[in-house]
Design a protein around this ligand. Structure first.
Ligand code: UDP
Length: 382
């Protein structure tokens, strides 16, 4: 009855489903355990009319031309210029740490330090903090130490329960020391938020002949996956030989038989205020104080600047235990966890037409653009 079954309706699942239906003429069933589409990019108007991202702030940015073009089929854009400041003991400084931040921190010494940085790394360079710390020059080490202590150390301890030196260097490398005066958080050519929110993007994507959607449907309630069996995939009790595109947590598909894959989770505390603005920027990172990592004020992200009131969210990181209602957000990539993931991956490797896709299923830190790009490629190759 179906050519493909897609588990999950976030960007990974929704793009694959749409492409298989539209480009390959397939009949595609999309399952999602939640009562809504869009995965963690799901957004909605709250009771005050502010567009909130229920699972934390998502800001689209890309240099990948085909991804921008593709998503633009489903939305116009609000050209949101995402700037983040760090609240450092009450003072707000641009993040990533850039040449403007340098000036604010070092005053009269800044021109000399700026020259030193540019002579060593080049104008516009994006220098990972761990790389700067290893530099032999004493003054560069001093800057690195300042940035490490005031931007990275406590924020990362909150976010990951570990110091920046103990986590995958690619994670702290996402927010480099930036040798320019560009205060934007991202330097990509295209950036913004969907003009009417993310959820309508998913609605449009999935509204296509050939796509059938079942919400509130746990994959395991309709699919039986047994890699050892003669028929490894059963759908509603009958052998299924079409494509399975799985975007959920792989350990949970196999009842965590080798132990749980570690993920980081978050608790989101939303607050509403009857005043025009709560803070100076869309996102303020609390890099040295507080138990939450950052506060997002949504009206900036969606261009609702004229709204008379405002909604914010505070993010409190925590380990993912698998308890009812908890959500895994970030894979914790290190050699031990990646090896455990490999054990799970090898279970599905032998199942024909079984594809893992996305942050959870591939145990990988994907941005929106990277997963859309990957999903387009996967669908093309199918
Ligand atoms: N980070 C930090 N201080 C900051 C911003 C980021 O220490 O002010 C580190 C932290 O470890 C974080 C990582 O850089 O997890 C990546 O930050 P990003 O903003 O990309 O995280 P995301 O928005 O994906 O949660």
């Amino acid at each position: 009855m179906y050519d493909s079954i897609v588990i999950g309706s976030g960007f990974a699942g929704a793009v694959v489903a749409r492409q298989l239906a539209e480009e390959k003429g397939q009949r595609v069933l999309v399952l999602d355990a939640r009562e809504h589409i869009g995965g963690n990019c799901y957004d909605r108007l709250d009771e005050h009319g502010i567009l909130i991202h229920q699972y934390g702030p998502h800001i689209f940015h890309t240099n990948i031309e085909r991804v921008y073009k593709y998503l633009s089929r489903f939305t116009e854009w609000y050209e949101y210029r995402h700037e983040v400041v760090g609240n450092i003991y009450g003072k707000e400084l641009p993040i990533p740490f850039n040449l403007n931040t340098l000036e604010e921190v070092y005053g009269d010494r800044a021109p000399h330090l700026e020259k030193l940085l540019i002579d060593n790394f080049g104008e516009g360079a994006r220098v990972p903090i761990l790389e700067l710390m290893n530099h032999e020059d004493k003054e560069l080490q001093e800057i690195a130490q300042y940035v490490y202590e005031n931007v990275f150390l406590k924020y990362t301890m909150k976010q990951w329960g570990k110091s920046p030196r103990e986590i995958d260097p690619a994670v702290s490398g996402r927010v480099p020391v930036l040798l320019s005066r560009d205060n934007r958080y991202f330097q990509d050519k295209y950036q913004g938020t969907p003009l009417h929110g993310y959820t309508p993007v998913f609605e449009k994507m999935l509204d296509y002949s050939g796509i059938e959607l079942r919400l509130g449907c746990e994959a395991k309630s309709v699919l039986t996956i047994d890699p050892e069996a003669a028929e490894p995939v059963l759908f509603e009790g009958s052998p299924f030989h079409g494509n399975i595109i799985f975007t959920g947590a792989l350990d949970e598909l196999f009842d965590c038989r080798f132990g749980r894959l570690p993920y980081r989770s978050l608790r989101f505390d939303f607050e509403h205020y009857d005043r025009k603005f709560f803070q100076s920027h869309g996102v303020v990172n609390y890099t040295v104080t507080e138990d939450f990592t950052r506060i997002t004020e949504f009206k900036y992200l969606a261009g609702q600047l004229d709204a008379p009131n405002t909604t914010i969210v505070k993010e409190y990181p925590m380990p993912y235990s698998g308890a009812e209602g908890e959500i895994p957000y970030y894979a914790i990539n290190n050699s031990e966890n990646d090896a455990l993931f490999e054990r799970y991956r090898s279970l599905v490797e032998k199942i024909p037409h079984f594809t893992l896709l996305g942050r959870l299923a591939e145990y990988k830190y994907y941005n929106i653009d990277a997963i859309v790009d990957r999903a387009l490629t996967v669908a093309e190759q199918m």
